[in-house]
Design a protein around this ligand. Sequence first.
Ligand code: SAH
Ligand code: SF4
Ligand code: F3S
Length: 452
Amino acid sequence: MKLPAFILPKPNMLKTVYIETYGCQMNMADSEVVASILNKNGFKLCKDINDADIILINTCSIRENAEKKVWGRLKSISHLKKKKNGLIIGLIGCMAERLKEKVIEADHLIDIVAGPDTYRELPSMISDASGGHRSVNVLLSLEETYGDIMPVRTDPGGVSAFISIMRGCNNMCAYCVVPYVRGAERSRDPESILREASKLFEAGYKEVTLLGQNVNSYFWDSGNKKVNFAQLLERTALIDPLLRVRFSTSHPKDLSDDLLHTMAGYENICRHIHLPAQSGSNRILQLMNRGYTRESYMERIKAIRSILPECAVSTDMITGFCTETDADHEESLALMEWAEFDFSYMFRYSERPGTKAARKLKDDVPEEVKKKRLDEIIALQNKLSARSKRKDIGRIFEVLIEGFSKRSDNYLSGRTSQNKVAVFPVKDKKAGEYASVRIEICTSATLLGTIV
Ligand code: SAH
Ligand code: SF4
Ligand code: F3S
């Protein structure tokens, strides 16, 4: 029977979407933007993939393994397509951008391929796909920041939220795919960032993390108004002393004293800087096109230690970049030992097609050597992390409580300003509140203490 037009449901009405996210914090934030765009267009979000009419996989391309994971996941959900007539599967994000139409050639079950700057088009792409037309849109934009979109939080009533303050990257590190899949760097209007942070605080959130591939180069210029990252950070901190502010990632070549002094001026700006070194060897840093030397990196660490003595520092390291020798590797180990990083993310170099390293340099370090070097830096970091936690024993830290500990509802878990996880017995406090906790012992990953 044909329904009269006025009672026909809107085509997207009540269609259910499931979003799954891979990759970095920025991708997590993007999924919340996608959720918001789809919500506004009459779609409903669901938490169980089996309930979905539309499955969107938000993907990462940073290393080959990140992509392998997504291909594996697509394979494992392919049976759903047979089970549910008309099910739409979309690949969105960085891998969609990198592979473009090739995604559909590689996997015939995919109906939508949407790059990171095309999320506003998703409702119409879904309509096309519902009509049986595959849809690919991977246009990158010089302006899109989704600044006007209030993301839908996946954890309403949560304690901590991410806010994207910029998109893209202009740095062109030789190994990195990000500039190709995320496009040129652009900063978001500070007023929209501050509005979002204030709304989150009003909704009960107690911590925001300002996100960008290189937050230090955040710069808003609208002619008569100019705002740099230190100023944005200060204004975010001024929203309320009870709102903690974090940020990631800082690039060593752009970390200014001005920013460190701003941090020092506000207790609610967390004492933690993620400052990826990637390597301790000047020759490798130059090949990587990182824009700093071992010495200037060390000088930045010294500045942090002198202006912010309580500040934790974490890093990213890559082993086995093109031409890396044992001597280069030893320099990485020595830098880590010298800097006494509190925490590190460590990776084996993975060649990404199209990057400068892939075009100009030979991926000549054998996999087993990359792996051996990675094992060595992981072992060293484990030692440094344990040392960093042992130093906290006997001291009192303000902890923002995030909820019960994973193991037991008799314990609460939260993080110190330095971003270390602390676990302690429940005592008249709950998630979203601050507690002063005396640290008594530590495990390899956690500080254990009691509320004082
Ligand atoms: N913008 C941030 C990092 C983004 S990617 C910065 O510049 O620090 C996160 C980390 O992934 C990088 O710091 C780097 O350590 C790692 N990474 C990026 N490309 C890689 C590659 N091709 N192989 C291995 N690790 C890589
Ligand atoms: Fe990649 Fe370098 Fe940009 Fe970080 S700064 S995203 S490593 S190109
Ligand atoms: Fe991955 Fe894209 Fe983030 S490549 S690391 S999801 S910006």
